[in-house]
Design a protein around this ligand. Structure first.
Ligand code: DGY
Length: 326
């Protein structure tokens, strides 16, 4: 058998830095997508059919039907920490491994959560648009775009995994009171390290000046943030979502923002991304970002490298470092 014939076949579903693609091509026959087109389900299924492995992003959904049609597939390596794009019971049934990229993006994502919270509370993008539109005629004490403080305010973190904890640690530097809600409570030591107090969900909604969503997206928390939850928030509060768009009922959020039921929202993720509903686009009191919380070059490189490492480990018969439990 020639050397080429022994190489595994890998689908690298999206564009990556060329040097990393070149590295992968040394050890595998790679079907790449350097023009970075989005896949439809039919083409993705066809591309997977003869592959031993796939390296994908959260934009590619892998379901039971695709797995059934890919008899050689051993592993799907997600370039993301979130993996709601993978049908995990189907992976178990098909005996295909799935991996993600935790840790390498924690600090970068936490930084961006903070950035979005600050931009929202301090009305940064709205003010910049106002300035660019030529409305800044004079310095004004009371007529400036007045905003909300971060320091000494109460932060409510929904989801206290790695990223939630990293946000809590940043908040201490701003003298914030940090509260959190999570499926399971952190150990006392970890709570102390993060300077965070556990509260129930309703308390968090009612007492927080700023709420940030960082929990994984599951069928149970689909549209968890709807009219009822938004009505419990303070009218001076902000809501930031760096988790997944589907956790928030976007129409209810747009209505609450329009009626000034809450002060503002910062959104990095959207239910129908890359499409953003017009109801949100029309509002001034929302900061919108194109799913970029982990997007520094250093972190995106680290995510791709870890995804490749996971993929090759699985193909070589080893347990990938970030194997997901089905
Ligand atoms: C993640 O890692 O889950 C980010 O949202 C990028 O998909």
């Amino acid at each position: 058998m020639s050397q080429t014939a022994q190489k595994p076949k890998i689908l690298l579903a999206r564009s990556v830095f060329p040097d990393l693609l070149a590295e992968l091509e040394k050890v595998a026959i790679v079907q790449s997508n350097q023009d970075d087109h989005l896949w439809n389900a039919v083409d993705l299924k066809a591309a997977l059919a003869d592959k031993d492995a796939a390296i994908i992003t959260g934009s590619e959904r892998i379901d039971a039907d695709m797995l059934k049609a890919s008899p050689q597939l051993k592993i799907v390596s997600n370039i993301a920490v979130g993996y709601n794009n993978l049908d995990m019971p189907a992976f178990k049934a098909a005996n295909v491994m799935a991996t993600n990229t935790p840790d390498v993006l924690t600090d970068t994502t936490a930084d961006f959560g903070f950035t979005l919270m600050m931009a929202t509370a301090r009305r940064l993008t709205e003010s910049e648009h106002w300035l660019r539109a030529g409305h800044w005629g004079k310095f004004s004490i009371c007529d400036a775009p007045l905003s909300m403080d971060i320091h000494h305010s109460t932060l409510g973190i929904m989801g206290m995994g790695r990223i939630g904890q990293a946000i809590a640690k940043r908040a201490r530097g701003f003298n914030m009171k940090v509260t959190y809600f999570n499926r399971s409570r952190l150990s006392e030591d970890l709570e102390k390290e993060c300077g965070a107090t556990y509260v129930d969900r309703e308390t968090l909604l009612k007492q927080s000046d700023h709420i940030i969503l960082v929990m994984p997206y599951t069928p149970e928390n689909h549209h968890l943030f709807g009219e009822k939850e938004l009505n419990l928030m303070k009218p001076t509060a902000t809501l930031v979502n760096i988790a997944r768009g589907g956790i928030v009922d976007e129409l209810a959020l747009a209505k609450a923002l329009k009626e000034n039921k809450i002060f503002g929202a910062g959104l990095d993720v959207f239910e129908g991304e890359p499409k953003v509903i017009p109801e949100l686009l029309a509002l001034k009191n929302v900061v919108l970002a194109p799913h970029m919380a982990s997007a520094t070059e250093k972190t995106r490189r680290a995510m791709i490298q870890l995804a490749i490492k996971n993929c090759l480990a699985g193909l070589n018969g080893q347990t990938p470092p970030n194997l997901l439990k089905a």
